[in-house]
Design a protein around this ligand. Sequence first.
Ligand code: GDP
Length: 175
Amino acid sequence: GGATTIKPVQVKLVLLGEAAVGKSSIVLRFVNGEFQDNKEPTIGAAFLTQKCKLDDKIIKFEIWDTAGQERFHSLAPMYYRNAQAAVVVYDITKSASLEKAKAWVKELQRQANPNIVIALVGNKLDLQANREVTSEEAEEYAKESGLLFLEASAKTGESVGEIFTDIGNTVFDLA
Ligand code: GDP
Protein backbone atom coordinates (compact mmCIF):
# COMPACT_ATOMS: atom_id res chain seq x y z
CA GLY A 1 0.00 0.00 0.00
CA GLY A 2 1.13 3.53 -0.71
CA ALA A 3 1.51 6.24 1.86
CA THR A 4 -1.69 8.13 2.44
CA THR A 5 -1.57 11.87 2.25
CA ILE A 6 -3.49 13.52 5.03
CA LYS A 7 -5.48 16.48 3.89
CA PRO A 8 -5.55 19.24 6.49
CA VAL A 9 -8.92 20.18 7.93
CA GLN A 10 -9.45 23.89 8.38
CA VAL A 11 -10.54 25.63 11.52
CA LYS A 12 -11.41 29.31 11.24
CA LEU A 13 -10.52 30.95 14.52
CA VAL A 14 -10.85 34.52 15.77
CA LEU A 15 -9.08 36.21 18.68
CA LEU A 16 -11.01 38.82 20.65
CA GLY A 17 -10.28 40.83 23.77
CA GLU A 18 -9.28 44.22 25.09
CA ALA A 19 -6.27 45.98 23.54
CA ALA A 20 -2.89 44.95 24.97
CA VAL A 21 -4.02 41.72 26.68
CA GLY A 22 -1.62 39.83 24.39
CA LYS A 23 -3.75 38.49 21.51
CA SER A 24 -1.09 39.09 18.86
CA SER A 25 1.62 37.78 21.17
CA ILE A 26 -0.29 34.51 21.66
CA VAL A 27 -0.62 34.09 17.90
CA LEU A 28 3.06 34.93 17.29
CA ARG A 29 4.11 32.45 19.97
CA PHE A 30 1.92 29.73 18.42
CA VAL A 31 2.87 30.44 14.79
CA ASN A 32 6.52 31.53 15.07
CA GLY A 33 7.53 30.38 18.55
CA GLU A 34 8.72 33.88 19.42
CA PHE A 35 7.83 36.80 21.70
CA GLN A 36 8.42 40.55 21.31
CA ASP A 37 8.52 42.74 24.39
CA ASN A 38 7.30 45.95 22.78
CA LYS A 39 4.98 44.78 20.09
CA GLU A 40 3.32 47.34 17.82
CA PRO A 41 -0.47 47.17 18.26
CA THR A 42 -2.49 45.41 15.57
CA ILE A 43 -4.45 47.81 13.36
CA GLY A 44 -7.75 46.42 12.10
CA ALA A 45 -6.96 42.70 11.94
CA ALA A 46 -4.14 40.33 10.97
CA PHE A 47 -4.43 36.93 9.31
CA LEU A 48 -2.07 34.02 9.94
CA THR A 49 -2.25 30.27 9.46
CA GLN A 50 -0.66 27.42 11.38
CA LYS A 51 -0.94 23.67 10.96
CA CYS A 52 -0.87 21.27 13.85
CA LYS A 53 -1.26 17.51 14.19
CA LEU A 54 -3.97 16.07 16.42
CA ASP A 55 -4.42 12.30 16.55
CA ASP A 56 -4.68 11.28 12.89
CA LYS A 57 -5.74 14.73 11.74
CA ILE A 58 -3.79 17.71 10.51
CA ILE A 59 -5.58 20.87 11.47
CA LYS A 60 -4.88 24.10 9.64
CA PHE A 61 -5.86 27.00 11.86
CA GLU A 62 -6.87 30.10 9.92
CA ILE A 63 -6.41 32.76 12.53
CA TRP A 64 -7.90 36.24 12.54
CA ASP A 65 -6.23 38.39 15.16
CA THR A 66 -8.44 41.43 15.72
CA ALA A 67 -7.47 44.81 17.13
CA GLY A 68 -8.84 45.37 20.61
CA GLN A 69 -9.44 49.08 20.25
CA GLU A 70 -13.06 50.15 20.65
CA ARG A 71 -12.96 52.02 17.33
CA PHE A 72 -12.55 48.66 15.55
CA HIS A 73 -15.40 46.96 17.44
CA SER A 74 -17.83 47.27 14.55
CA LEU A 75 -15.50 45.16 12.35
CA ALA A 76 -15.51 42.19 14.72
CA PRO A 77 -18.68 40.48 13.38
CA MET A 78 -16.98 40.15 9.98
CA TYR A 79 -14.35 37.98 11.65
CA TYR A 80 -16.47 35.93 14.06
CA ARG A 81 -19.50 35.43 11.83
CA ASN A 82 -18.27 32.22 10.19
CA ALA A 83 -15.63 31.29 12.75
CA GLN A 84 -15.68 27.77 14.21
CA ALA A 85 -13.66 28.85 17.23
CA ALA A 86 -12.96 31.99 19.23
CA VAL A 87 -10.20 32.71 21.72
CA VAL A 88 -11.33 35.45 24.09
CA VAL A 89 -8.31 36.80 25.93
CA TYR A 90 -7.95 38.80 29.14
CA ASP A 91 -4.90 39.82 31.14
CA ILE A 92 -4.71 38.19 34.60
CA THR A 93 -3.22 41.44 35.96
CA LYS A 94 -6.22 43.57 34.85
CA SER A 95 -9.72 42.81 36.20
CA ALA A 96 -11.27 45.24 33.73
CA SER A 97 -9.98 43.05 30.89
CA LEU A 98 -11.99 40.10 32.24
CA GLU A 99 -15.13 42.26 32.16
CA LYS A 100 -14.37 43.12 28.54
CA ALA A 101 -13.83 39.41 27.80
CA LYS A 102 -17.24 38.61 29.32
CA ALA A 103 -18.85 41.20 27.04
CA TRP A 104 -17.20 39.53 24.02
CA VAL A 105 -18.46 36.12 25.14
CA LYS A 106 -21.98 37.50 25.46
CA GLU A 107 -21.78 39.02 21.98
CA LEU A 108 -20.48 35.74 20.51
CA GLN A 109 -23.20 33.72 22.22
CA ARG A 110 -25.83 36.03 20.74
CA GLN A 111 -24.42 36.66 17.29
CA ALA A 112 -21.88 34.04 16.25
CA ASN A 113 -22.46 30.53 14.92
CA PRO A 114 -24.30 28.67 17.72
CA ASN A 115 -21.78 25.81 17.48
CA ILE A 116 -18.76 28.08 17.93
CA VAL A 117 -16.17 26.73 20.38
CA ILE A 118 -15.09 29.51 22.73
CA ALA A 119 -11.94 29.42 24.84
CA LEU A 120 -11.42 31.97 27.60
CA VAL A 121 -7.69 32.59 28.06
CA GLY A 122 -6.09 34.45 30.96
CA ASN A 123 -2.78 35.65 29.52
CA LYS A 124 0.40 37.02 31.19
CA LEU A 125 0.61 34.12 33.62
CA ASP A 126 4.30 35.04 34.06
CA LEU A 127 3.11 38.16 35.95
CA GLN A 128 1.60 36.21 38.87
CA ALA A 129 2.90 38.80 41.35
CA ASN A 130 0.55 41.41 39.83
CA ARG A 131 -2.44 39.10 39.51
CA GLU A 132 -5.87 40.77 39.85
CA VAL A 133 -8.03 37.90 38.57
CA THR A 134 -7.93 34.60 40.46
CA SER A 135 -7.93 31.33 38.54
CA GLU A 136 -10.98 30.26 40.52
CA GLU A 137 -13.22 33.19 39.59
CA ALA A 138 -12.35 32.96 35.89
CA GLU A 139 -12.70 29.19 35.84
CA GLU A 140 -16.09 29.33 37.55
CA TYR A 141 -17.33 31.92 35.05
CA ALA A 142 -15.99 29.81 32.15
CA LYS A 143 -17.66 26.68 33.49
CA GLU A 144 -21.07 28.26 33.92
CA SER A 145 -20.81 29.81 30.44
CA GLY A 146 -19.71 26.61 28.71
CA LEU A 147 -16.26 27.85 27.71
CA LEU A 148 -12.90 26.13 27.56
CA PHE A 149 -10.57 27.81 30.04
CA LEU A 150 -6.81 28.16 30.27
CA GLU A 151 -4.25 30.48 31.77
CA ALA A 152 -1.19 31.02 29.58
CA SER A 153 1.84 33.18 28.94
CA ALA A 154 2.78 34.31 25.46
CA LYS A 155 6.06 35.47 26.99
CA THR A 156 7.21 32.09 28.37
CA GLY A 157 5.09 30.04 25.98
CA GLU A 158 3.39 28.24 28.89
CA SER A 159 0.11 26.59 27.79
CA VAL A 160 -0.05 28.44 24.46
CA GLY A 161 -0.03 25.24 22.38
CA GLU A 162 -2.74 23.80 24.63
CA ILE A 163 -5.13 26.61 23.69
CA PHE A 164 -5.11 25.38 20.11
CA THR A 165 -5.04 21.65 20.83
CA ASP A 166 -7.96 21.98 23.28
CA ILE A 167 -9.90 23.87 20.63
CA GLY A 168 -9.03 21.35 17.90
CA ASN A 169 -10.09 18.47 20.12
CA THR A 170 -13.36 20.17 20.94
CA VAL A 171 -14.18 21.25 17.37
CA PHE A 172 -13.63 17.67 16.16
CA ASP A 173 -15.01 16.14 19.34
CA LEU A 174 -11.83 14.14 19.92
CA ALA A 175 -11.56 14.86 23.64
P1 GDP B 1 -2.95 42.72 21.82
O1 GDP B 1 -3.24 44.18 21.64
O2 GDP B 1 -4.01 42.07 22.65
O3 GDP B 1 -2.71 41.99 20.54
O4 GDP B 1 -1.62 42.62 22.72
P2 GDP B 1 -0.11 42.46 22.25
O5 GDP B 1 0.18 41.07 21.81
O6 GDP B 1 0.24 43.57 21.32
O7 GDP B 1 0.65 42.67 23.65
C1 GDP B 1 0.52 43.88 24.39
C2 GDP B 1 1.72 44.03 25.30
O8 GDP B 1 1.74 43.01 26.29
C3 GDP B 1 3.07 43.93 24.55
O9 GDP B 1 3.98 44.83 25.12
C4 GDP B 1 3.49 42.48 24.81
O10 GDP B 1 4.89 42.33 24.76
C5 GDP B 1 2.95 42.26 26.23
N1 GDP B 1 2.60 40.83 26.46
C6 GDP B 1 1.86 40.03 25.68
N2 GDP B 1 1.75 38.80 26.21
C7 GDP B 1 2.46 38.83 27.37
C8 GDP B 1 2.73 37.84 28.39
O11 GDP B 1 2.31 36.69 28.34
N3 GDP B 1 3.49 38.27 29.44
C9 GDP B 1 3.98 39.54 29.54
N4 GDP B 1 4.72 39.82 30.61
N5 GDP B 1 3.74 40.48 28.61
C10 GDP B 1 2.99 40.12 27.54
